[in-house]
Design a protein around this ligand. Structure first.
Ligand SMILES: [Zn+2]
Ligand SMILES: [Zn+2]
Length: 356
């Protein structure tokens, strides 16, 4: 294989189908690394990226184009593979290493990036799969070796999904204050990311995990992954039932849906001084009576993916504890358009992982 020519699936216009392209790569310079991709997870946010923005509520859309993203875009930010070329200054990895790639790159030079919080860089984003070519390709060029994490004995397809789904779960629950054995934490939305949060919380905290999802199969799975209780948010009197069952002691609620209904459930569920973390990007507007902030001493925060250190932490954790085996749906990269369509129409169970 020629490691100097990347074959990518990119969309040339916002909302358009992905097309195969080829680009010659220059030799890897300084800290650059080329990874031959073996797996790339498909994330729900790829649908928003392809569409060009997110639903901001009230009929408004955000715009990646206005934020400076240039066409064509090669998506794919859950990248796993093998190191095939390294620049002359690379020290942390060697040829043949099996790695996953941290994709949420910032400028790489400011204090925020230097402390490992690239995803929160106040300067220019250089995310792989948005601003820089991502993993829907056979090769990816990574700007610095520090963004690569060795996967040890982990299954490569699963490890690839850690770079977004995995660290999003870990980053969100890390925002919660330390929890005691009497505390309850509600996890709203138990898809792949929410389910991972259920398992991570059950393994690392004393609190009782309360899974909330309309799908009975997901509630059953959450109970198997360590949730103490599970509820249907659409049941009559759900708020009352859940509150009572938790002795009105829900210290935190993490909303992995990010819809108007789920965020409102979250703020109503938590006790006084409770914490609400909004993670999901379903879209819409957040509405809440203003006095609730004061009367409940409520804290609301958002959580967007997580830092490089969380990715390293998650890889270490996954070697130690059993994380949920979210079903993986392995498909050839060339079927990426069909896979995106299936994802958009809810025909995917678990996570699609593409293989070039
Ligand atoms: Zn993602
Ligand atoms: Zn920066």
């Amino acid at each position: 294989m020629n490691y100097r020519c990347a074959h990518r699936w990119a969309f040339p216009k916002w909302g358009a189908a992905l097309e195969e392209t080829a680009e010659d790569l220059a030799a890897a310079a300084s800290h650059e690394v080329t990874v031959r991709i073996t797996h790339c997870g498909m994330c729900h946010s790829d649908l928003h990226i392809q569409a060009g923005g997110f639903d901001m509520g009230g009929g408004k859309m955000s715009s990646l184009e206005r934020a400076g993203t240039k066409l064509p875009v090669t998506m794919g930010h859950e990248i796993g593979g093998e190191v095939v070329e390294i620049g002359p200054d690379v020290k942390d990895v060697k040829l043949g290493d099996k790695v996953i790639v941290y994709p949420w790159l910032g400028c790489g030079a400011c204090p925020v990036c230097e402390r490992g919080d690239d995803h929160l860089c106040p300067r220019a984003s250089r995310n792989l799969g948005i601003q820089l070519p991502g993993g829907y390709a056979d090769l990816v060029r990574v700007p610095h070796d520090r963004y690569l994490v060795g996967i040890g004995t982990l299954e490569p397809a699963r490890a690839a999904t850690f770079a977004c789904a995995g660290i999003t779960a870990l980053g969100a629950i890390s925002k919660l204050d330390p929890l005691g054995a009497d505390d309850h934490v509600a996890i709203i939305g138990c898809g792949g990311v929410g389910m991972t949060a259920v398992a991570l919380l059950s393994a690392t905290s004393k609190a009782k995990v309360v899974a909330i999802d309309p799908d009975p199969a997901k509630r059953d799975a959450a109970l198997k992954h360590g949730a103490a209780l599970a509820f249907d948010p659409n049941a009559a009197d759900a708020l009352k039932t859940i509150g009572k069952a938790c002795q009105m002691n829900i210290a935190g609620a993490v909303d992995f849906v990010g819809a108007e209904s789920s965020s409102s459930l979250a703020v109503n569920l938590v006790r006084r001084t409770g914490q609400v973390v909004i993670v999901g990007l379903f879209g819409g507007e957040f509405r809440m009576p203003l006095p609730m902030f004061a009367l409940k001493s409520l804290r609301i925060s958002g959580s967007y993916v997580a830092g490089l250190k969380e990715l390293r932490e998650l890889v270490a954790l996954a070697q130690r504890i059993k994380l949920p085996e979210i079903p993986l749906d392995l498909r050839p990269l060339a079927s990426v358009n069909q896979a995106l369509d299936d994802l958009a129409h809810g025909r995917v169970v678990g996570r699609v992982v593409l293989q070039p």
